[in-house]
Write a protein that binds this ligand. Structure first.
Ligand code: UDP
Ligand code: MG
Length: 319
């Protein structure tokens, strides 16, 4: 096994790639690491792939090219399939992350950490990005119980075994530490890293990142809890709702019978004339619906083997 696999997702980063690869190779060589760089071209429309092809003779590079833009999570996910290093590093292609951090990150994984996340303490990004990002880190910290400052840092180091359990799509790259913890890799820590301003090109993420990111967090927290047992969630709610409705109906009937046979009065409200009746009706119907949702969920769990099939157009150096 080689020491380090560096996975780099990239989308229209032709200017940055050569500089980045040269820098990485300088750092790796000066520390005597054996390494590979896995460049995942996420459907770039500029000359990124050509640049990768030109570099492949000089550096230990694997290249993977998608037929279209699937997103950073898809690129990472696919890159992870091809790693063979004991320690896996991910970093952005835009030179905002510094390869000089890699040796220390490597050491921290070797020391027994499963995941070391970079922490861009001093960020060189516009305020429209840093302020919402603070908020999201705070929410994620609370929901996940993981004490990281910067969940979404592109620069991270992983134990090889952890990487092989990751299955990410959508915007889930923001929450890899959450998924790692769920998969049983709990030694998660952080390292302050140098962050630089973007030198070439421009950011690939707009404001929609926050909406999608938040929805993904909900589905991660929810799905991770109930993925294998949707009936526990829907079944419980459904049963509660059904029982509530059922007892309300019993109560209504009891009231009527009591009025007629025990109190002997004709001064009672008819069953369908009271709000409670409609409430119980709704509760019973909702209860049955939830129960059904649980059943259907269970069936899907039984049949569904989630496949991420991103189409790869071309590769370099991978079978
Ligand atoms: N990226 C990607 N696919 C995408 C969007 C981005 O592979 O659809 C890559 C991008 O090329 C870069 C990294 O993900 O290497 C981080 O993107 P960016 O620098 O735009 O994000 P920011 O630093 O603004 O958060
Ligand atoms: Mg960037």
């Amino acid at each position: 096994m080689i020491d380090i696999s560096i996975v780099i997702p990239l989308f229209n980063e032709e200017e940055s790639i050569p500089e980045l690869i040269q820098w990485i190779s300088r750092v790796m060589d000066s520390h005597g690491f054996s390494y590979e760089v896995i460049l995942v071209d996420d459907g770039s429309r500029d000359g990124s792939w050509k640049v990768i092809e030109e570099l492949k003779g000089t550096y230990p590079i694997k290249g993977i090219r998608f037929n279209r833009n699937y997103g950073k999570s898809a690129a990472l996910n696919t890159g992870f399939r091809f790693v063979s290093g004991e320690v896996v590093i991910t970093m952005d292609a835009d030179l905002q992350d510094s390869p000089d951090e890699i040796p220390e990150l490597y050491r921290m994984i070797k020391d027994g950490n499963h995941l070391v996340s970079g922490w861009k303490r001093k960020r060189h990004d516009p305020i429209s990005k840093t302020v919402p990002s603070k908020f999201f880190n705070w929410v994620t910290r609370i929901l996940s119980g993981i004490r990281l400052h910067d969940f979404n840092c592109g620069l991270k180091a992983y134990d090889y075994r952890l990487v092989k359990t990751l299955e990410i799509y959508g915007e889930m790259h923001r929450y890899i530490p959450v998924i790692a913890k769920r998969n049983g890799f709990e030694k998660i820590t952080e390292k302050e890293v140098v962050h630089r301003a973007r030198k070439y090109g421009k950011t690939k993420f707009g404001l929609e990142r926050f909406i999608y990111g938040f929805l993904d967090l909900l589905s991660i927290s929810f799905v991770s809890k109930y993925k294998k047992r949707p009936m526990h969630f829907f079944g419980t709610l459904g049963t509660l709702s059904f029982l509530a409705g059922f007892f309300m109906v019993l109560w209504i009937i009891w009231e009527k019978l009591r009025a007629i046979y025990i109190i002997h009065t004709t001064d009672y409200r008819d069953v369908v004339e009271q709000p409670l009746f409609f409430l119980s009706l709704a509760a019973i119907i909702i209860g049955v619906q939830l129960f059904l949702a649980g059943f259907i969920g269970e069936m899907m769990v039984m049949n569904n083997h989630r496949k991420n099939d991103y189409i790869i157009d071309q590769t370099i150096g991978v079978e």
